[in-house]
Design a protein around this ligand. Structure first.
Ligand code: EPZ
Length: 431
């Protein structure tokens, strides 16, 4: 039997939870760390499948990685072999393509396998390629590899068709070492875009305007070593906020940047929760049935697409009719089938879900279709009457460190099991 979570629902979550470093910032920062031959120290590194896959790939091409503890790594890329990168691990993660921007910037040449990642839509990379082309690189896709090469990288003016996080990050990295100035217009403003810019600047880059629509980058000849701490994970924090609200709990989510959570807090307040913010924590208290609301996912500072499955799961048992519109990825409602099995009344029509709040969920055997949807289904299990099992949890482990342990510490009845007898033991324990 593959590992799965088994959950007995209906326990309010109470207590404190510590949020780790941001996965999507870490992935960009790790790739960027290969752009200098000097040593880079990174703290608050999350210990998750995706970050570990990227670290392993970097090791495979000659980057020296030293772990100084679970959340701290030292990286030295002076001995890197700039060869095609196409191992099995790298094909599974999205952020593998950040090595193109990084290595193109440093060596003017990069060949990396077409990225994988969660199946939440087609996820084209035309904007990345447009950006690399504008900087003077030739890019082609051959035999499953993206190949980029340039004699010179020259700063350019790039207008993105959509505020793509990945394209903004990739172009920003390559442009850091191009000749002259690059301007990225309609740039993504997500917290991890800003964190990458801060990290690049800490290595001697000249990036201005990250966090606004226009990023200006003046190329430099070389980048130097750095000592850097990754920002807290907005989406991990948001997921625990939802779990607290879902279970009528009272949870203080620590080590967060409350500003990054404002769109999430605002929705939870509309739904009837109390939110108390302090400098680096938010407390979520829910004491009565949640009230339905409408949600539309948007680029930052709008409501994040990475929180859409979690909030829809809560709206599934909130009073009234809620409409959730997904405007970033075209295939992000695949978890609705599992919620329906648990008693939800949700109809999906093109990019919207029409959610008729039901009184309760009941436990069922369900599967995580991707990372955030997987987390949402665990929350559904915490809300449901009786037992739920969630399989395919390797998706959840891509981006949540110790998810079950953190939930258990808040009083959730959840365990990771790998065989039938452990499953039965859990059922007997909580019968
Ligand atoms: C990043 O994906 C995140 N991944 C995603 O997190 C997140 O959902 C997403 O940004 C939006 O916030 C990483 O950071 C590794 P985009 P990314 O480029 O960069 C279209 C998670 O659960 N587009 O901003 O792939 C695209 O199809 C993951 O942690 C193009 O058409 O997202 C989408 O509709 C899942 N052409 C929209 O833009 C392009 O060249 C936004 O995508 C690039 C993107």
């Amino acid at each position: 039997m593959e590992e799965k979570y088994v959950i007995k629902g209906k326990n309010p979550l109470v207590g404190e939870v510590e949020i780790g470093g941001a996965k999507n910032a870490a992935l960009a920062i790790l790739a960027a760390a290969t752009m200098t031959d000097e040593t880079v120290h990174i703290d608050n590194m999350p210990d998750e499948r995706d970050t570990n896959a990227l670290l392993k790939t970097m090791e495979d091409i000659g980057v020296i990685i030293k772990r100084n503890g679970r959340h701290s790594v030292t990286i030295n890329a002076s001995q890197i072999r700039n060869e095609p990168i196409e191992n099995d691990q790298i094909k599974k993660i999205r952020a593998s393509y950040y090595l193109i921007g990084a290595l193109l910037g440093k060596y003017h040449k990069a060949e990396v396998a077409i990225p994988g990642g969660c199946e939440i839509g087609l996820r084209p990379i035309d904007q990345h390629i447009k950006g690399f082309n504008a900087l003077g690189a030739r890019v082609c896709i051959e035999h499953g590899l993206i190949k980029a090469e340039a004699e010179h990288l020259v700063g350019s003016h790039i207008y993105l068709d959509m505020a793509s996080v990945g394209a903004t990050i990739n172009i920003m990295m390559a442009a850091c070492m191009a000749d002259g100035q690059t301007i990225i217009e309609n740039a993504a403003k997500e917290p991890h875009v800003v964190d990458l810019a801060s990290f690049l600047n800490s290595m001697g880059a000249n990036v201005k305007g990250a966090g606004t629509d226009i990023i200006r980058i003046k190329g430099v000849n070389r980048l130097h070593g750095s000592d850097y701490t990754i920002i807290p994970d907005q989406i991990e924090a948001g997921t625990f906020m939802m779990a607290a609200a879902a279970t009528m709990g009272d949870v203080t989510i620590k080590n967060v940047i409350p500003k990054h959570l404002e769109s999430i807090s605002a929705k939870l307040i509309e739904m009837g929760c109390q939110i108390h913010e302090s400098d680096d924590a938010v407390r979520v208290v829910a004491s009565k049935r949640l009230v339905g609301t409408h949600v539309k996912t948007l680029p930052y500072p709008g409501f994040p697409t990475d929180m859409q499955p979690q909030i829809t799961t809560l709206l599934g048992v909130a009073s009234g009719v809620s409409i959730v519109t997904e405007s970033i990825f075209e295939n992000r409602f695949r978890y609705v089938e599992a919620l329906t099995k648990m008693g939800a009344n949700i109809k999906v029509e093109s990019s919207s879900a029409i959610v008729n709040g039901v009184e309760r969920y009941t436990g069922a055997d369900i599967s995580a279709p991707d990372l955030r949807a997987g987390a949402a289904l665990v929350i559904a299990g915490l809300m449901a009457e009786g037992f739920t099992t969630v399989d395919n949890i390797e998706y959840i482990e891509r981006g949540y460190e110790n998810f079950d342990e953190k939930l258990r510490n808040l009083g959730a009845q959840i365990e990771k099991v790998a065989d039938d007898s452990s499953l039965q033991k859990f059922r007997l324990k909580y019968a």
